[in-house]
Design a protein around this ligand. Structure first.
Ligand SMILES: *[C@@H]1O[C@H](CO)[C@@H](O)[C@H](O)[C@H]1NC(C)=O
Length: 278
């Protein structure tokens, strides 16, 4: 396994979350929280036009490219950022509201997301656990999911990684060993959506090994949990933003790979059946 694949695979992105459909939803921390029913109908009526999209992880990597794509598609963006540098960089973009805060702090996430119509999380990035032993890959993503549930933000896209959950077998064992700790944290975040947010309109996207370079435009999404390979960050961003407004992606868990890139993780060039976004 090449070091490049390992490094690439060590940084991830996150996904979307979703909104409550009944007046009471199950919340894994707070068993029964009252949801705003009126918001549900309002959001559902919006169809695919999410005017303002919350982005967690938007200051770098896939998340930063997601911000650009969203702007190209005419969305407004609210980005939660931690550094002053990212704050001023993103604030300089038209139609972006950058808010300084920490994704590890629930209140920061909820405060920034309030008023948004959809949420995308690309949190993660292989920085490992903080001094408190907490990982942004779980805690940060979980905060995004929980805030979306509480605020009635019905549409959530969570970007994780191949190797999580049902895609574990796709990952060569040597790679899985190296990435295990981070994959487990991401998988925990996925499971919050899968197990507790059954009424949400969520989509989980699991990219393969992330590489920079120019997007090829040839990457695919697939329901094939054995899919493995590399993908350019720009192509992940493109697929994430297209997924956001695609009507057949509710509760889908999709791997994202680029069959046009040779990958040491997929030496035989096995191809996966592409999932067509509607
Ligand atoms: C889920 O989101 C997609 C993309 O915006 C949308 O087309 C679809 O109607 C939504 N599903 C529900 C049940 O709201």
């Amino acid at each position: 396994m090449s070091v490049k694949f390992l490094l690439a695979a060590a940084s991830f992105s996150f996904a979307t979350a979703f909104a409550p459909t009944t007046s009471i939803i199950q919340n894994h921390h707070n068993a029964h929280r009252l949801q705003k029913q009126s918001q549900f109908f309002m959001v559902q009526g919006q169809g695919d036009s999410y005017k303002t999209v919350f982005v967690a992880g938007g200051s770098k990597g896939v998340g930063r490219l997601v911000v650009d794509k969203l702007l190209e598609e005419g969305h407004k963006v609210v980005a939660l950022v931690r550094s002053d540098e990212a704050l001023s960089e993103l604030s300089s973009l038209k139609d972006v509201t950058a808010i300084k805060g920490d994704a590890m702090e629930y209140k920061d996430v909820e405060g920034a997301m309030d008023g948004c119509d959809a949420a995308i999380s690309t949190l993660g990035g292989g920085s490992g656990a903080g001094e408190d032993g907490k990982w942004v890959d779980y805690v940060g993503n979980n905060n995004v999911i929980e805030a979306a549930g509480i605020l009635g933000v019905t549409r959530v896209v969570l970007v994780t990684s191949i190797g999580c959950g049902s895609s574990k077998e796709a990952t060569p064992p040597s790679v899985y060993e190296v990435l295990k700790n981070v994959l487990i944290q991401k998988e925990k975040a996925e499971n919050v959506l899968i197990k507790y947010y059954t009424n949400m309109n969520w989509t989980i996207i699991r990219p393969g090994g992330l590489v920079s370079d120019t997007p090829t435009g040839k990457a695919i999404l697939t329901e094939d949990t054995m899919a493995i390979g590399s993908i350019r960050r720009g192509d992940v961003a493109d697929l994430v933003v297209r997924t956001l407004s695609s009507k057949n992606t509710q509760k889908k868990i999709l791997s994202a790979v680029d069959p046009s890139i040779q990958s040491s993780a997929n030496p035989d060039g096995k191809s996966a059946e592409a999932f067509a976004l509607a």
